[in-house]
Each structure stands twice: as structure tokens, then as C-alpha cells.
Design a protein around this ligand. Structure first.
Ligand code: GAR
Length: 207
């Protein structure tokens, strides 16, 4: 049984997709052990608590320095000791010490087809604003392993979504979530839980 720690910042629709997929048997051999948010008001925390899952907030605002926050977050993760950390809309940089402690055991969902519209400054709605500003006809979502760069780790799954002429950033964000994110994030977890993913020469392989 793969024990998951899910890190969130906001609404938590991706967390909900994971919880629903577990209930529906679409993810087997995994359970959500705990949820951490950097934002005390995140609705995602409610979603976790409703399911009886340990949910806590570790916010940079509670600490006098970034280093102290990084230490607290890493220590909490080590205490929970999950098999896999899932960044499901976690909009703060993961501390390097945490990435090293969980090498190849952290995945992230990003709302574009990496390497487009990713890296520093590309998160949430901004990604879709940038896609529309560039006039791309296809966008999508990516699940990748987290390394010490920003959105640079091995890509595990991607799904394309068509951009419509009438799209706003909000409508595109919604469709990318529905058609891509909520599909590929649970799928990625199921693949990992069932031992079907390996990382070879910096690339994720699915057996
Ligand atoms: C999702 O669209 C996720 O892909 C994005 O934040 C949103 C969180 O929504 N993540 C990033 O932009 C990471 N760079 P949710 O809280 O409803 O799951």
C-alpha cells in the first residue's frame, strides 16, 4: 500500500480527484495518509478533514525566515514518512533538502504541456493567460517527477487539450483540469502504486 502525502495550496480539486479515484477503485494499492497546505484557508484542507485524513497548515508566515519554513516543512514530511509526495496545486517552491530526502518520490501536476509555459512565474491561472497570449491551439497538463529545478524533472504523463477561439483563462483552466489534470494525476499515482514506473537515464519509463 503506497502511502501518499498530498501538498496543496488552494481549492484542492486535484486532491478530490485523487480521493474519488481511490474510492472508485481507479487507483489501487494507495491511500492518502496526510495533506499539508501552505495556506490555512485552503478549501483542500476541508476536503481532507471530511475524509478523516490528517490535514495541517505549514505556512511561511508562521516562520521568521524561509529557511525555518523549509526546515519545518521537510521535518513534517519526514515525520509522515510517505512513499510518495504528490504536489497537487502546491504553489510554493519545495525546499531542496526535501527534494533530496525524497529523491524520485515527489510528483507534480502542471497545467500545461511542459516544456511550454512552465518554470518560474508560471502557476495557476497565469499559465493559461500565457497560453492564450501566445495563441497556442493545443495546451494540456503534465505530471512529472520533481527535481531541484522548476518543472524540469522527468515527465511521466501528459494529456493535450484543445484551445477554443472563445476561451478565457478561466474557461481554459477549467477544461484543462476536467479533461487532463483530473485524469492523469490519479493515473500517475496508480501506475506508481502498482510498480509500473521506473526512472532510467533521467527519463520516466512506464512498463
Ligand atoms: C491546478 O490547475 C494545478 O495544475 C496548478 O494549480 C491548480 C490547483 O488547483 N498547479 C500549478 O500551477 C503548479 N505550477 P486545485 O487546488 O483545484 O487542485
Amino acid at each position: 500500500m503506497l502511502r501518499l502525502l498530498v501538498c496543496v495550496s488552494g481549492g484542492g480539486t486535484n486532491l478530490q480527484a485523487i480521493l474519488d479515484a481511490i474510492d472508485a477503485g481507479k487507483i489501487t494499492d494507495a491511500r492518502v495518509e496526510a495533506v499539508i497546505s501552505n495556506n490555512a484557508g485552503a478549501f483542500a484542507l476541508e476536503r481532507a478533514r471530511k475524509k478523516g485524513i490528517e490535514a495541517c497548515c505549514i505556512s511561511p508566515k508562521q516562520y521568521e525566515s524561509r529557511e525555518a519554513f523549509n526546515r519545518a516543512l521537510t521535518e513534517k514530511a519526514l515525520e509522515i514518512s510517505p512513499d510518495l509526495i504528490v504536489l497537487a496545486g502546491f504553489l510554493v517552491a519545495v525546499p531542496e533538502e526535501m527534494i533530496r530526502a525524497f529523491e524520485n518520490r515527489i510528483i507534480n501536476i502542471h497545467p500545461s504541456l511542459i516544456p511550454s509555459f512552465c518554470g518560474v512565474g508560471y502557476y495557476g491561472l497565469r499559465v493559461h493567460e500565457a497560453a492564450l497570449a501566445r495563441g497556442v491551439k493545443v495546451t494540456g497538463a503534465t505530471v512529472h517527477f520533481v527535481d531541484c529545478g522548476m518543472d524540469t524533472g522527468p515527465i511521466l504523463l501528459q494529456k493535450a487539450v484543445e484551445v477554443r477561439p472563445e476561451d478565457t483563462p478561466e474557461s481554459l483552466q477549467r477544461r484543462v483540469m476536467e479533461e487532463a489534470e483530473w485524469q492523469i494525476l490519479p493515473r500517475a499515482i496508480d501506475l506508481i502504486a502498482n510498480g509500473r514506473v521506473s526512472i532510467e537515464e533521467g527519463k520516466a519509463k512506464i512498463q
